[in-house]
Design a protein around this ligand. Structure first.
Ligand SMILES: Cc1ncc(COP(=O)(O)O)c(C=O)c1O
Length: 493
């Protein structure tokens, strides 16, 4: 074989045949798996044999596509997060969808780099951002960027806010320009905001998180008092954060009032819409999010409630010029020309984030929305909130269960109560229920704590969940709770 013959593509008719067979088999298997999800365990831990298969050393001579895929089918595919299953309700994780999956496959096949240029995927990402800009009520002149998650959206939104607050000086002077800068939000603000402050050189102490109102939403009066007090101390309040759905219980902050607060005190208003922002697309839910469209920056996820396959999120910035100013850097090797792939008129995504190489997330979003349509997607949002309300009512009326927080959106926090009085054993029993239901493959909920009590958290951001799944959940939590409390009582005797 000459060096000229070296290729990583199939290199002879039999390899092309193998690639074709393997691809068709993969599509068939994946579709079968998705069709049969309701009868499959929600989650199962990878057994030792599977982990052993992953531990094989890499062969000098490749196994070929079919054999490698056969190992993946045995050792990886059955042991994912479990979030495709109708009974996955842990954390805030979406279930994906077939159209989006094909978008993902096609994007991977194109293998485009969206750093800049006159290329379809760049135009497509601009189009997808334009949808979100207009749907979510942002003005023209706003900019946007698809990112890997809400955490990155928050980080980049706050980076633009920091640029604004320092008049751009942070770019040249670094942390010196940021001395005394302060961010305000409620204690329910997502930890990614704190991480963002750390990464931006502002430090954890720059984030002031104030207690919430009883419904879990931000207390604007407390935020204002903190802002005024910090100003008196010579500090520099510069940003207020609102959550369109808090991670714990899905509370929605009073976004209109937060924007007014920002205006009164000349602050940047960033909304973390990772959980709930897309609810705006469902007319019955939109009034609950009033004011989200007034944010200076809005970060929201597509891979959660939006059901786009991982990873996909979006950042919108009201002032596109400022967004670009925060990240634009001159580099001779990136200069645009008068034509060709990178002409001067083409969009340069690398001027809107720290990243140069950029993966195509637009195709799977575009496929999801184009193939399914906004009505069908909005119907999922409405149904999730109805399911949350139904579950809350069912829990409230159940003699052995307790609803632990108000339900504003699609998250329900509950716990088994039975006849157990003491907090310690009750926490242990509920921890036991959560783990037992995960281990048995019945469902995945995630842990949470409210007022120092352990609670079971059910996040309904799964388009495959049906009422019967929730009915089964209520019965199962009560039944496992009774078993565990009997066991705890016997052990105490
Ligand atoms: C309110 C909120 N903000 C931000 C994030 C982070 O989003 P991601 O996991 O997409 O980075 C989450 C994740 O659950 C969240 O609930």
């Amino acid at each position: 074989m000459s060096m000229d013959d070296v290729t990583l593509d199939p290199s002879c008719p039999s390899e092309w045949d193998e690639a074709r067979r393997a691809g068709h088999e993969l599509v068939e298997r994946v579709l079968r798996r998705i069709r049969d999800l309701p009868n499959a365990p929600c989650w199962q831990a990878p057994p030792p044999e599977a982990l052993g298969a992953l531990g094989q050393s890499v062969p000098r001579e490749g196994l070929g596509i079919e054999q490698a895929l056969a190992i993946a089918a045995r050792a990886i595919e059955p042991y994912g997060t479990g979030n495709l299953n109708p009974r996955f309700w842990g954390w805030v994780i979406g279930a994906g969808n077939v159209a989006g999956m094909y978008g993902s496959w096609l994007a991977s096949a194109m293998n485009a780099n969206l750093f800049a240029g006159n290329q379809g995927p760049v135009h497509l990402e601009l189009q997808v951002i334009e949808w979100f800009r207009s749907w979510l009520g942002f003005p023209s002149g706003s900019s946007g960027l698809l990112v890997d998650g809400g955490s990155m959206g928050n980080l980049l939104g706050l980076a633009v806010a920091r640029h604004w607050a320092t008049g751009g000086a942070v770019k040249t002077e670094g942390p010196e320009a940021c001395r005394g800068l302060r961010i305000y939000g409620s204690v329910a603000t997502h930890s990614s905001v704190v991480k963002a402050a750390q990464l931006l050189g502002l430090g954890t102490s720059s984030v002031r998180l104030l207690p919430t109102l009883p419904d879990g939403s931000a207390d604007v009066t407390l935020l204002e008092a903190a802002i005024k007090a910090d100003r008196r101390l010579g500090l520099r309040p510069f940003c207020v954060i609102g959550s369109a759905g808090t991670v714990g219980i899905g509370a929605i902050d009073p976004l209109e009032r937060l924007r007014a607060l920002a205006d009164d005190h000349r602050l940047w208003f960033h909304v973390d819409g990772a959980i709930g922002a897309l609810g705006w697309l469902a007319p019955p839910l939109r009034p609950r999010l009033a004011g989200m469209d007034t944010a200076h920056s809005l970060s929201f996820d597509l891979h959660k409630w939006g059901q786009v396959p991982y990873d996909a999120a979006c950042l919108l910035v009201r002032d596109g010029t400022l967004h670009r100013a925060a990240f634009q850097e001159e580099a001779t090797y990136l200069r645009a020309l008068h034509g060709g792939l990178t002409p001067a008129h083409a969009h340069a995504f690398h001027s809107y984030s720290p990243l140069l190489s950029k993966v195509d997330r637009a195709l799977k979003i575009w496929m999801t929305f184009m193939a399914l349509g906004t009505d069908r997607i909005a119907a999922v949002f409405i149904r999730s909130t109805e399911q949350a309300r139904w579950l809350a009512t069912r829990v409230e009326s159940h003699p052995d269960l307790e609803l632990c927080a108000p339900v504003a959106l699609n998250i329900v926090c509950l716990r088994y109560r039975g006849g157990v009085r003491d907090a310690g054993p009750l926490d242990d029993i509920n921890r036991g229920i959560l783990v037992a239901l995960q281990d048995s493959g019945f469902c995945v909920m995630s842990p949470y704590e409210l007022d120092g009590r352990f609670v079971l958290r059910v996040c309904l951001s799964n388009h495959r969940t049906r009422r019967a799944d929730l009915e089964a959940l209520v019965a199962e939590v009560a039944s496992v709770g009774r078993q565990l409390s009997r066991r705890a009582a016997a052990a105490a005797r």
